[in-house]
Design a protein around this ligand. Structure first.
Ligand SMILES: NC(=O)c1ccc[n+]([C@@H]2O[C@H](COP(=O)([O-])OP(=O)(O)OC[C@H]3O[C@@H](n4cnc5c(N)ncnc54)[C@H](O)[C@@H]3O)[C@@H](O)[C@H]2O)c1
Length: 369
């Protein structure tokens, strides 16, 4: 392995702080700087992890020529403007989901990455969860057979989360259920029809002008005869958290567990069903960061809420971190690359647009052409 080290800056230290110890132990990273708005939290996290370079201003951070790459974990509306500014400043960018909030922002991200010739990666966690990696193995070993249909769901009650979540259209945070469906068939979405269902509390509706409790979308994959369905809610439904992904294929079908602590199920033909234990994939990683597939970075009481609810995001955090760093070190695109990242992001923007128009078919932009 090359000993080239990438100087990384993490922006946003809620969920973002989860990644500090991973970068600190990765052989090709130098956990160089952290950035967030308030001095107290900045110093608390900086002192906890021994990170010396600290910025309260994102713009000041970008002026530091020693920063090679930024990993953005700020609130959703800042993801695209900060990513575009960082690319224009000549930095590689990893950004948490979603990449953007509008199609125009998606186009600007692609343009900025092309012009800067820098890597852009949306840090999708589900496509690095052990469940997804297991299904990918079933696909690659031929055990699945021909994929016929896919289904993703991300059910989450966001009561009590920071204000920018309140009233968010369910599909506006749907990358966790869209991305595994696209990734397993190595495809991109072509068009979508989505219906909105139910109604959230009146005081929540005004924020984004979106009334729906649930949104359920059908996507057609470009140049393939396969489609998929995704379901999301964020408010006013009684349901334990779940991120799930099902694959229906002609030899074996996979259904993700529906309740925390259970195991996924394989349908292996006829009425035969097998409960299956999904293995851990730490062996795909450099040794110093393998521990993070099974452990969060804090103790059991102080994990980020999303980490506790999401079953630790399927042990995923060190995997996209490693992919991002190695794509820079080896001079190749990441997975997802900039096109795959914005296509997945656009899928959800177009799905909500379809729901607001009563399920009308909405065509997705093709960012490669
Ligand atoms: N599984 C996943 O992929 C996953 C899980 C959880 C959160 N997330 C994403 O991570 C992001 C952050 O989530 P969170 O729960 O930590 O949010 P949060 O609102 O609690 O924290 C946001 C952080 O960004 C900082 N920030 C805000 N404005 C800034 C600015 N202008 N410059 C620099 N820093 C700024 C804040 O100070 C804070 O530290 C969200 O957008 C969410 O989409 C992804």
């Amino acid at each position: 392995m090359s000993d080239h080290k990438i100087n990384v800056a993490i922006v946003g230290l809620g969920f973002g702080a989860e990644f500090i110890p991973i970068y600190q132990r990765h052989p090709n990273a130098n956990m160089y700087a952290i950035c967030q708005r308030t001095r107290e939290k900045l110093d608390q996290v900086g002192n906890q992890y021994g990170v010396e370079r600290r910025f309260m201003s994102f713009e000041e951070l970008l002026k530091d020529p020693n920063v090679h790459a930024v990993h953005i974990n700020s609130p959703i509306h800042l993801h695209a403007p900060q990513s575009i500014a960082a690319l224009r400043a000549g930095k590689h960018v990893a950004c948490t989901v979603p990449a953007a909030t509008t199609i125009d922002e998606c186009r600007q991200i692609v343009k900025a990455a092309q012009e800067a010739k820098k890597n852009y990666m949306m840090m999708e966690t589900v496509v690095y969860s052990r469940e997804f990696l297991y299904v990918r193995e079933l696909r690659d070993t031929g055990r699945l057979g021909r994929i016929q249909f896919l289904r993703g769901s991300h059910l989450q009650n966001m009561d009590g989360w920071p204000g920018y979540w309140e009233g968010l259209p369910p599909m506006h945070y749907a990358t966790h259920c869209v991305s595994p469906c696209l990734a397993i068939v190595k495809g991109e979405a072509d068009y979508v029809s989505c219906i909105g269902s139910g109604r959230i509390a009146e005081n929540l509706i005004a924020k984004y002008g979106s009334p729906f409790s649930f949104e359920s979308a059908h996507f057609k994959i470009r140049n393939q005869d396969v489609g998929f369905e995704v379901t999301r809610f964020l408010f006013n439904a009684a349901r334990q958290y779940t991120e799930s992904f099902d694959v229906y294929a002609d030899r074996t079908s996979f259904e993700w567990q529906r309740v925390e602590g259970e195991d996924p199920v394989l349908h292996v033909g006829g009425e035969k069903v097998e409960k299956t234990k999904v293995p851990d994939y730490a062996h795909l990683l450099p040794e110093p960061i393998r521990r993070f597939t099974t452990k969060g970075v804090y103790d059991d009481e102080h994990q980020h809420l999303s980490f506790i609810q999401g079953g630790g995001h399927g042990g995923s955090h060190p995997l996209p971190t490693n992919v991002f760093l190695m794509s820079i070190v080896e001079g190749r695109p990441s997975f997802p690359d900039v096109y795959q990242s914005v296509t997945c992001t656009c899928a959800r923007i177009c799905a909500h647009e379809s729901a607001m128009r009563g399920g009308e078919i909405v065509k997705l932009p093709d960012f490669r052409n």
